[in-house]
Design a protein around this ligand. Structure first.
Ligand SMILES: [Zn+2]
Length: 407
C-alpha cells in the first residue's frame, strides 16, 4: 500500500491532470489514473502541484535583526551585524532561525541553503546554532549550512581561516565568502578552493556584490573553477557588477561562467533594497543579467537572501513572494516567463545546490507543494495559498483548514 496518493494534480510542464503515488518518501508513480490504495489521499481537484520550493541562498544568522534606524550601504549592514553579533548567544541564533524555518515551511520551502558568518567576534556560535536547527528540522526542512567569512577581512589569515575549517569539521556542507570585498580577492578565492578541495565540499560565493561595473571576481571564479576541475560544484550569488559592465565585457564573463558550469543565484529583493544607495536620479538596481545568462545556457535560480535584517527589513521566507518580486524587476510577465521563474525557485535551485532525485517523476523525492492555482502565472500573480506542503511523503504543513481537499 502507498503512503500517500495525490489525485487530479496539474503539473507545470504537462497538460491535463495526473495522480501521484508516494511510498517511503519517494514518488513511485506519476501519471494518468494511477491505481492502488494509500493510507492518505489528497484530492488536488485540478490544482497546481510543484516540487517544493528551494531557498538556495539565505542568512539565518542575520534574519530578524533589522535595526530600527536602518543602514545606508552593504558595508554598513555588514558592520552592523559584526557589531551586534558579538553579544548574541547561541540560543538567540537558534530562536530566530527556528522562526524563519517555520515561516519557510508554511510557505512551501522544504530545502534551504543558509550562509553563516564566522568572525573573530562571533566565532562559531552561528554555525553551531544552524547545525542544531538542521537536526531539529530534519524531515521538515533540509538545511544546508555554508560557512562564510564576513567579507571584511583583507586577506586569508588566522583566526578566520581556522574558523572556516572548524565549521567544516563541525558539519557545514560548503564554503562561502565575499572575496570582492577583500583587498586580496584572488588570494581569498585561492584559499577557499584549496580548503574546499581538502574537504571535498562545494563553493558558494557572494560575487561582485557592488554597484561598480566589475566582473573581476566572477571571471577569476570561473577560471579557478575550471583550473581546479570544480565544474558543477560552484555557485555565484548576486553578480550585481555584471549588470553594470558594458555589453562586450558582460558577454565575455557570461561565456566564462557557462564554460565553468557555475550556477548563478540572483537575489533581487535584497539587491533592490540595498544597492545603488548613493545614486541620485536613476538608481542602479544591482540585479544581475538573468535573461542573458539563461540565453547562454547558464543555470540561474532566485532566492531570498535576507529576511528582516539590516540588509533588508522585508521578507516572509516565502519563495512565491520572491518569485513575484523577481518577475517584476526582471520584466518577465508572460505565462512562459512566469513558468520559467517558478522553475528558478524549484528545479533550477535544486541543480544549483546539487540536489539529486528532485522533481515530480518516478523515483523523485516526495517534496511537494499543492498550490491553490491552475498555472504558474496564477500562482505567482495571485500569490496562491500553499494548500498542502509535503516533505518526504508526509504532509508537513496545511494552510487551508476549511478545505476538504485532504481526505
Ligand atoms: Zn547573501
Amino acid at each position: 500500500m502507498n503512503d500517500l496518493l495525490i489525485r487530479r494534480a496539474r503539473l507545470m510542464d504537462e497538460p491535463g491532470t495526473v495522480d501521484v503515488a508516494i511510498k517511503d518518501g519517494r514518488i513511485v508513480a506519476a501519471g494518468g489514473g494511477v491505481a492502488g490504495s494509500a493510507r492518505q489521499m489528497v484530492d488536488a481537484a485540478g490544482r497546481l502541484l510543484v516540487p517544493a520550493f528551494i531557498d538556495a541562498h539565505t542568512h539565518l544568522d542575520k534574519a530578524l535583526t533589522a535595526p530600527a534606524e536602518g543602514v545606508s550601504s552593504l558595508e554598513e549592514a555588514i558592520e552592523d551585524f559584526q557589531r551586534r553579533s558579538r553579544r548574541m548567544e547561541k540560543n538567540d541564533f537558534i530562536d530566530r532561525g527556528r522562526r524563519v524555518l517555520k515561516m519557510a515551511l508554511r510557505h512551501g520551502t522544504t530545502t534551504m541553503r543558509t550562509h553563516i558568518t564566522v568572525s573573530e567576534g562571533v566565532g562559531l556560535k552561528g554555525v553551531e546554532a544552524a547545525l542544531a536547527l538542521k537536526e531539529e528540522f530534519a524531515g521538515r526542512v533540509d538545511l544546508q549550512v555554508i560557512v562564510m567569512a564576513s567579507g571584511l577581512e583583507p586577506e586569508p589569515a588566522p583566526p578566520v581561516t581556522d574558523l572556516l575549517e572548524e565549521g567544516l569539521r563541525l558539519g557545514a556542507a560548503g564554503l562561502g565568502g565575499a572575496p570582492h570585498l577583500a583587498d586580496r580577492m584572488e588570494a581569498w578565492v585561492d584559499f577557499i578552493f584549496a580548503l574546499a578541495a581538502r574537504y571535498s565540499v562545494p563553493v558558494d560565493l557572494h560575487v561582485d556584490e557592488t554597484d561598480e561595473p566589475s566582473v573581476a571576481s566572477l571571471e577569476y571564479l570561473a577560471a579557478k573553477t575550471i583550473q581546479t576541475g570544480y565544474q558543477g560544484r560552484v555557485v555565484a550569488g548576486h553578480c550585481c557588477g555584471l549588470a553594470a559592465v558594458d555589453e562586450k565585457t558582460a558577454a565575455r564573463a557570461i561565456a566564462a561562467v557557462k564554460e565553468a558550469g557555475i550556477s548563478v543565484i540572483t537575489l533581487p529583493s535584497c539587491n533592490l533594497y540595498l544597492m545603488g544607495r548613493r545614486d541620485k536620479g536613476l538608481v542602479r538596481r544591482g540585479v544581475t543579467r538573468v535573461q542573458e545568462l539563461q540565453a547562454a545556457g547558464v543555470n540561474v535560480a532566485y532566492a531570498s537572501d535576507n529576511i528582516r535584517d539590516a540588509f533588508r527589513p522585508f521578507g516572509n521566507a516565502n519563495m512565491l513572494e520572491e518569485a513575484l518580486i523577481t518577475a517584476q524587476v526582471l520584466q518577465m510577465g508572460t505565462p512562459l516567463e512566469l513558468k520559467n521563474i517558478l522553475h528558478m525557485g524549484t528545479s533550477n535551485a535544486a541543480a544549483a545546490i546539487g540536489m539529486e532525485d528532485y522533481g515530480i517523476k518516478s523515483g523523485g523525492r516526495a517534496d511537494l507543494v499543492l498550490l491553490d492555482a491552475l498555472t504558474p502565472a496564477d500562482a505567482i500573480i495571485g500569490q496562491a495559498e500553499k494548500v498542502c506542503v509535503i516533505k518526504g511523503g508526509r504532509v508537513a504543513a496545511r494552510n487551508d483548514k476549511k478545505s476538504d481537499l485532504i481526505l
